[in-house]
Design a binder for this molecule. Structure first.
Ligand SMILES: [Zn+2]
Length: 300
C-alpha cells in the first residue's frame, strides 16, 4: 500500500513567465489529504484545480482556467510533482503564468526536495490501464497500453537536419525522473521565434530558458543530453497526464505528439471506463469492476 503525499513545508521562488515576460512569485504549500494539485491565483483570489475539466488551451503551453481566470505553462511544474510522487499541494502564483525558470523541471525538483515529502493518512489510488487506448492524427499518435509500472516511449521527428529522428524510453521512477527527465529543457526553432513574438508569445524566452535550434545547430553552448529534445517531450507528456488526477500505471507510447495529443489521449481514456481501473496497489490484479470507481477529483 502507498499513501498520498504532500510537502513537509512551504517553499517558493520567483521567475519570469515565458510568454508574458513578467516576473511571477511561486509558492508550493502542503495541503490536506485528498486535496489534489490546485493552483491559486493570489492576485485575483481564484483557485484552479489541475484537472482535465480545467483545461483551456494547448497551443504553445498547457493553460488551465476557471471562472474566466487562467494559469499558463503549468506542465513542467505538474510533471515534477507527479514525477516525484506529490499528490496533494497548493500552488500559489501572483500572476497568469508559472515561471519558466531554466525551461526544464529541474528547478521544481530542487524546490520539492527542499520542501521534503510527508505521507498523508489516506491511501493513494493509481489509474491502471487495462486496455490500449489510442489517438492518431496523421503521422502523430499517442497510446496508453497496460504495463506493471509507468513507462514512457517517445519518438519525435522534425523537418530539420538536427532533429530528423530521436527516440527515448524510460520506466519512470522518482530517481529516473529527477536524473534523466527533469533536466531536459524546452526547445524551439529559431525560424519560429519571430512568429511567436509577433503573436505576443515567448516574450520572456531567451537562451537562459530554452534550447534554440538554428539552421546549422543549437544556439546555446551545449545540450544537457544528446537526446535532450525527446526527453523534454517525455517531461511534457508526464505533466499533461497529471491532469488525470491519479498516478498512471501503464505504458505511454507517443510518436510526434505534443500537448494537444497528450490531452486528447487523457480525455479519450476517461471517456472509456472499460480501459482502466482505480487500484490501491499498482501490481495487484484488478478484481473490481473496471472504471466503476472513477471520479475526476480524488475521493476522500
Ligand atoms: Zn515543455
Amino acid at each position: 500500500m502507498a499513501y498520498r503525499r504532500t510537502l513537509r513545508r512551504d517553499v517558493g521562488c520567483t521567475g519570469i513567465g515565458l510568454h508574458s515576460g513578467k516576473a511571477v512569485r511561486l509558492a508550493l504549500k502542503p495541503a490536506p489529504a485528498g486535496h489534489g494539485i490546485r493552483f491559486r491565483r493570489v492576485d485575483v483570489g481564484v483557485e484552479i484545480p489541475a484537472s482535465l475539466e480545467s483545461l483551456a488551451r494547448l497551443d504553445h503551453a498547457t493553460t488551465l482556467s476557471k471562472d474566466g481566470v487562467s494559469i499558463e505553462t503549468v506542465e513542467h511544474l505538474l510533471s515534477a510533482l507527479v514525477g516525484l510522487g506529490v499528490d496533494d499541494v497548493l500552488v500559489e502564483v501572483d500572476g497568469a503564468e508559472v515561471p519558466i525558470l531554466d525551461g526544464s523541471a529541474a528547478p521544481f525538483v530542487i524546490l520539492i526536495h527542499e520542501a521534503g515529502l510527508r505521507p498523508q493518512r489516506l491511501q493513494r489510488q493509481y489509474l491502471k490501464i487495462l486496455r490500449p487506448i489510442e489517438v492518431v492524427r496523421g503521422a502523430k499518435s499517442a497510446r496508453l497500453a497496460p504495463a506493471d509500472h509507468l513507462e514512457v516511449s517517445y519518438t519525435i521527428g522534425f523537418d530539420h537536419p538536427l532533429l530528423r529522428h530521436q527516440h527515448a524510453a524510460y520506466r519512470v521512477t522518482a530517481e529516473t525522473y529527477a536524473d534523466q527527465i527533469a533536466p531536459a529543457r524546452t526547445f524551439g526553432f529559431l525560424r519560429e521565434v519571430e512568429t511567436l513574438r509577433r503573436n505576443g508569445l515567448a516574450l520572456g524566452g531567451s537562451l537562459e530558458n530554452a534550447v534554440v535550434i538554428g539552421e546549422s545547430g543549437v544556439l546555446n553552448n551545449k545540450l544537457r543530453f544528446e537526446d535532450e529534445f525527446v526527453r523534454h517531450k517525455i517531461l511534457d507528456a508526464l505533466g499533461d497526464l497529471a491532469l488525470l488526477g491519479y498516478p498512471v500505471i501503464g505504458r505511454l507510447e507517443a510518436v510526434k505528439a505534443g500537448h494537444a495529443l497528450h490531452a486528447a489521449l487523457a480525455q479519450k481514456l476517461v471517456a472509456t471506463p472499460e480501459a482502466f481501473a482505480l487500484v490501491a496497489h499498482p501490481q495487484l490484479p484488478v478484481l473490481e469492476l473496471p472504471g466503476a470507481a472513477l471520479t475526476l477529483e480524488p475521493s476522500v
